[in-house]
Design a protein around this ligand. Sequence first.
Ligand code: ATP
Ligand code: MG
Length: 481
Amino acid sequence: MRNILVVDDDADLRMTVTSALAEGQYQVDQAQDGEEAVNRVKAGQYDLVLMDVNMPKMSGIDALKEIKEHDPSIMVIILTAFSNIRDAIESTRLGAFNYLEKPVRSDNLVYMIDQAFRSQNMVKTLSYSAPVFNLPSGNEFVGESNEMKKIFSVIDRLARVDTAVLIRGESGTGKELVAQSLHYNGPRKENRFVAVNCSAIPETLMESEFFGHEKGAFTGADSRKIGKFQYAEGGTLFLDEIGEIPPSMQVKLLRVLQEKKFTPVGSNREIEMNVRIVAATNRDLESMVKEGAFREDLFYRLNVLPIKLPPLRDRKNDIESLARYFIDKFNLRYKKQIKGLNEDTLTALKAHRWPGNIRELENVLEHAFVLESGSMISLESLPERIKGIPSPLPVSGEGAAAEVMLEEGSVPMEGEAMSFRMSIQKFDFQASKEEFEKQFLINALKAFRGKINQTALHANIPKKTLLRKLEKYGISARDYT
Ligand SMILES: Nc1ncnc2c1ncn2[C@@H]1O[C@H](COP(=O)(O)OP(=O)(O)OP(=O)(O)O)[C@@H](O)[C@H]1O
Ligand SMILES: [Mg+2]
């Protein structure tokens, strides 16, 4: 029989929790504030403490510290209102096993207690080692830089909790990989990981995609449909490109996050949901909030636990290990036996700015892999824009190239600028400028897989200008998706 102590100044809540635990093999006692909890723990034999945060005499957080000091193997689960969620998150740093948001659902409570007892058994036998994340087969999370090590330890901690997470980062930095790591390394891993790309769903269909609909709910709804929230029940719903959801849906999403209930379109029946929400975006949500394009309350709900992935150019130490990882992967895929990278290949990879981040690196290596006939990836098999070898230009040409590159404050990518340098043979300013623009746009579209919004954002061109220029040069974004 395990001993559990329920600590809360609210007698009703203590009773509710105690009766929710009545079916289990537990001996349940109660305490009404932090001080009483600490005294009881010191006097008795408790395996687990369920603790409120705001209480008279001594707060739950202070009591947690004392309890952990007294006996680190006692499991503590914090029970908290959303208004104290930051303290609850802090509590996991102080040794709390996890926290649950009030109102507490008895099935979630029982489940979490069960998990705590399991890991209590493991804590006694395992020593800590760097996390190796479970991921769907074929994927691995690679990183040796300090920036990534910090992210790994954050993922390790956040995988256990249930609060929404917002993943930020430029395109191709690994946001979806983080979302998968959170899911497959947490208590929901046996259930579904459902990814939804919010930018791909037309506004008129979004509500029904999310929440489902009844037969006949609208024209064309000829049968009943389950929405993504229901499909992900018990698991994780990954809302990718959350910055793209229209205001009407933002309100509905906020409501679901707060009340953990939703109503399918055309139905009058509310459905309770037990889904962890993980959202991602490469948009600047703070600015969108200021401009009124994204609801502030929803932003705060989602941003309780932010994870920010650094761009690849800020963690160049990872390039080599990522390259090795991709080479292993392509060796399997293409049945080749490439051993690694030549020194000058690595130097060129490190010199590139990687606007498309790891996805771009993966594509570049795949391209090189297919071309390479030797046993190492040589500089020659890299795409022109990455090689970045300045070719000898006629001396008088230097100025022309430099002038073009500085035009209109555009920031050319290093590789492009270099290969452009090589391609200027005629010194006609207008023609060269257009040639540069065209090449720049094509490369940017490639890096961002033809996505107009992302290309405009990262290349720092207003969307309208981008569209106008694409039309001018007869470039179709669709060719690069
Ligand atoms: N650290 C990493 N280790 C191994 N592979 C990685 C890593 N980061 C990203 N990748 C790979 O790079 C590709 C892009 O990653 P992912 O799709 O997670 O990026 P993203 O941030 O969601 O991009 P987008 O904003 O364009 O949707 C994927 O194939 C992913 O597996
Ligand atoms: Mg993504």
